[in-house]
Design a protein around this ligand. Structure first.
Ligand code: THU
Length: 132
């Protein structure tokens, strides 16, 4: 799977972001091991705390469709109306939520820094994840 292509999916998902409060639009594209992609965008709420990150929207779509095996997630984020320049890493809550559904050593987080593709395993981004 081409990581550039997965990032492109995240860019397309970002167009759907509902982010009137922060003005920061995020798109995520979650790739299953079979090659299917579930896209998500952030969805904010006027009461703030129920706001959803793009990553968890994508994960909820996939899990609720019965998916269980995940390979990677691409994420892009920037102020509404601007092109993403800096890498948009998943927040701590999303890292923890993802960790229950993926293999920490092989699942890749794909981000873009000034047009360059960078990958990290989730295990690198979330050492010593909470385990129930
Ligand atoms: N956001 C995401 O969608 N993913 C992240 O990993 C970090 C933050 C969203 C939440 C909120 O709607 C906006 O970005 C600003 O925090």
């Amino acid at each position: 799977m081409d990581h550039k292509w997965l990032l492109q999916q995240a860019h397309e998902a970002r167009q759907m972001a509902y982010a009137p409060y922060s003005g920061f639009a995020v798109g995520a594209a979650l790739l299953t091991r079979e090659g299917k992609v579930y896209r998500g965008c952030n969805i904010e709420s006027s009461v703030f705390s129920p706001s959803l990150c793009a990553e968890r929207v994508a994960l909820a779509k996939a899990i609720s469709e019965g998916e269980k095996e995940f390979a990677a997630i691409a994420i892009v984020g920037a102020n509404v109306g601007e092109e993403p320049v800096h890498a948009c890493f998943p927040c701590g809550v999303c890292r923890q939520v993802l960790s229950e559904h993926v293999d920490l050593e092989s699942f890749l987080v794909v981000v873009e820094e000034e047009g360059e593709v960078k990958t990290h395993t989730l295990g690198e981004l979330l050492p010593k994840a909470f385990v129930f």
